[in-house]
Design a protein around this ligand. Structure first.
Ligand code: ADP
Length: 161
């Protein structure tokens, strides 16, 4: 059985993430969307909020579960039984870091293989930080994130639309 994990911050989840989730769910028997609980990073949404948004988004996909994890991805993989790491590649700028992480994870846990999905061209410019920057100034984020999350994102900046 092929069990994969798609790890990330998802702060907040975007159409780019949703696209990677849908495409990788079709490739593997089970997919865990793993929300990294990184206490060193100041996040807009709490881990609990990010997990529940992702659960809402993926409830229609039967082989997807959402969880959060602390610490090393490879430790969480050993615990959960996932052996495949899914990452999205947007541009060459993503590549250097991703290559290093994939190789490091493989050294730390030889069963771990990283699979890269190239971004859907529609979303290659899109990142959570772009969403946060636009939302902070009341910009239109409807092309970036699923509609049910828009109000929640603006609310973080005390913006009512
Ligand atoms: P990070 O891991 O840097 O916190 P994210 O949580 O935003 O970044 O992203 C998690 C994963 O989703 C990464 O593999 C990233 O490359 C990928 N990703 C983010 N945005 C997109 C996008 N627009 N298209 C495809 N993949 C994306």
């Amino acid at each position: 059985m092929r069990k994969a994990i798609y790890p990330g911050s998802f702060d907040p989840v975007t159409f780019g993430h949703q696209d990677i989730i849908e495409r990788s769910a079709a490739l593997f028997d089970e997919l865990i969307v793993g929300v990294l609980n990184n206490s060193a990073k100041n996040s807009l949404f709490s881990v609990g909020e990010r997990v529940s948004m992702l659960k809402e988004l993926t409830k229609v996909i039967p082989n997807v579960t959402v969880d959060s994890f602390d610490g090393l991805l490879v430790d969480y993989m050993k615990e959960s039984g996932a052996t495949i790491i899914v990452r999205g590649l947007r541009a060459v700028t993503d590549f250097e870091y991703e290559l290093q992480m994939a190789q490091t994870n493989h050294v730390e846990y030889p069963k771990a293989e990283t699979i890269f999905l190239t971004t859907n061209m529609k979303y290659s410019y899109l990142s959570s930080s772009v969403v946060r920057e636009f939302a902070a100034f009341g910009g239109d984020i409807s092309k970036f994130v699923p509609s049910q999350f828009i109000d929640r994102i603006y609310a973080k900046y005390d913006i009512k639309k």
